[in-house]
Design a protein around this ligand. Structure first.
Ligand code: DP6
Length: 344
């Protein structure tokens, strides 16, 4: 039996930056689930004698990949207590991404969540557990988190919240929960990713999280993020685009300010990133159209805007913004429906 899950990437509006314990966040975060950037991972299994060891065959884009294989083996050994069946099966895992490896889009959220979902499907088949869909998705979110923190938000449609926050009912550090109260305008929102550089990041997110332990602004930051989570939820619910966009931009710039104030300090933004921010803000000022940006842990700028102004924003990209992009490159994405089982 083989299970193939397609799971998307996500873009955080309120950022997870700083963690403790086994991949537990120091503040709550909320993200849009994307649509076009996804991983598709199939997991097939056959029984073997339980010798306490893992047996994994892994192909990425149809070929063996030593680095990814090692990462997966390390991850699977760390979750044997969650899936005791892992040592009594031989696993054949095959994964592909809808986007090329070095486009500046992080693949860990989509890859880890697609794999976690496949493992949950096997557990369901072998043990009969996880028959309830909410239980299934919750476990998939927990396992995704153990692979890469932000991956836990990818499994749900539209929007997901991760991290305990007294202002958010049922929120948890262990898993993400779907956020279903957003005004409908946000369920078709666009994310046009302006690629400033597709180079591999100089400082990984994992190293960036680590530096938060000694960042003198850390405590203030965690309070700000928890407060921004509650405030952006209000904006999402009421359809207040301006409030939504200003919080998203504050979060993006705070994330990069935290990198600049880490010790050692580092800067991932490029001159073109700043040019794009200035162009976006001046377009917004002169047209009064609701176009905002967010930024991941890299130099690329994500343009966030409602579907109703798609044509105007495409003109802006073509006429002004694409000049600041690497080879004029822009990747179009949109809020999506979350993870899907492809061979049900
Ligand atoms: C800037 O989830 O990639 O994208 O838990 O170490 O795998 P690990 O880190 P990761 O960090 C993501 C950071 C971020 C913000 C976010 O997605 O919330």
């Amino acid at each position: 039996m083989k299970y193939t899950w397609r799971s998307p990437s996500n873009i955080a509006l309120v950022k997870y930056w700083g963690k403790h314990g086994i991949q537990l966040p120091n503040n709550s975060s909320i993200s849009f689930t994307l649509s076009n950037a996804y991983s598709e991972t199939s997991v097939a299994f056959e029984p073997k004698a339980d010798d306490g060891k893992l047996a994994i065959e892994f192909l990425f884009e149809g070929s063996k990949n030593e680095a990814f294989q090692k990462r997966i083996e390390k991850f699977l050994s760390s979750i044997i207590s969650h899936f005791p069946f892992l040592t009594s099966v031989k696993l054949h895992i095959e994964s592909t991404n809808s986007f090329p490896h070095s486009t500046g889009i992080a693949s860990s959220a989509s890859a880890m969540s697609a794999l976690a979902l496949g493992l949950c499907s096997i557990e369901k088949e072998l043990t009969g557990a996880l028959a309830n869909n909410d239980d299934f998705m919750r476990k998939a979110s927990i396992i995704s988190r153990l692979g890469s923190g932000s991956a836990c938000r990818s499994v749900y449609p539209h929007l997901a919240i991760w991290g305990e926050n007294p202002g958010v009912a049922n929120s948890s550090n262990d898993y993400a929960i779907p956020y279903t109260e957003a005004a409908s305008i946000f369920t078709t929102f666009h994310d046009s990713i302006l690629i400033v550089s597709s180079d591999e990041k100089k400082v990984s997110s994992t190293a960036g999280h680590e530096l938060m332990h000694s960042n003198i602004f850390a405590d203030t930051r965690y309070k700000q993020a928890n407060n921004n989570t509650v405030e952006i939820i209000k904006a999402l619910q009421s359809g207040d685009l301006e409030k939504f966009g200003l919080i998203a931009e504050e979060e993006a710039l705070t994330l990069h300010a935290l990198m600049m104030t880490s010790n050692p300090s580092y800067i991932l933004l490029q001159p073109e990133s700043l040019q794009l921010i200035a162009l976006i803000r001046s377009f917004r000022e002169s047209t009064k159209l609701p176009v905002y940006f967010t930024i991941d842990a890299g130099p690329n700028i994500h343009l966030l805007y409602p579907h109703s102004i798609f044509n105007e924003v495409q003109d802006l990209i073509k006429n002004e913004l694409s000049k600041c992009c690497e080879n004029g490159k822009v990747i179009e994405d949109q809020v999506g429906i979350g993870a899907t089982l492809m061979n049900a």
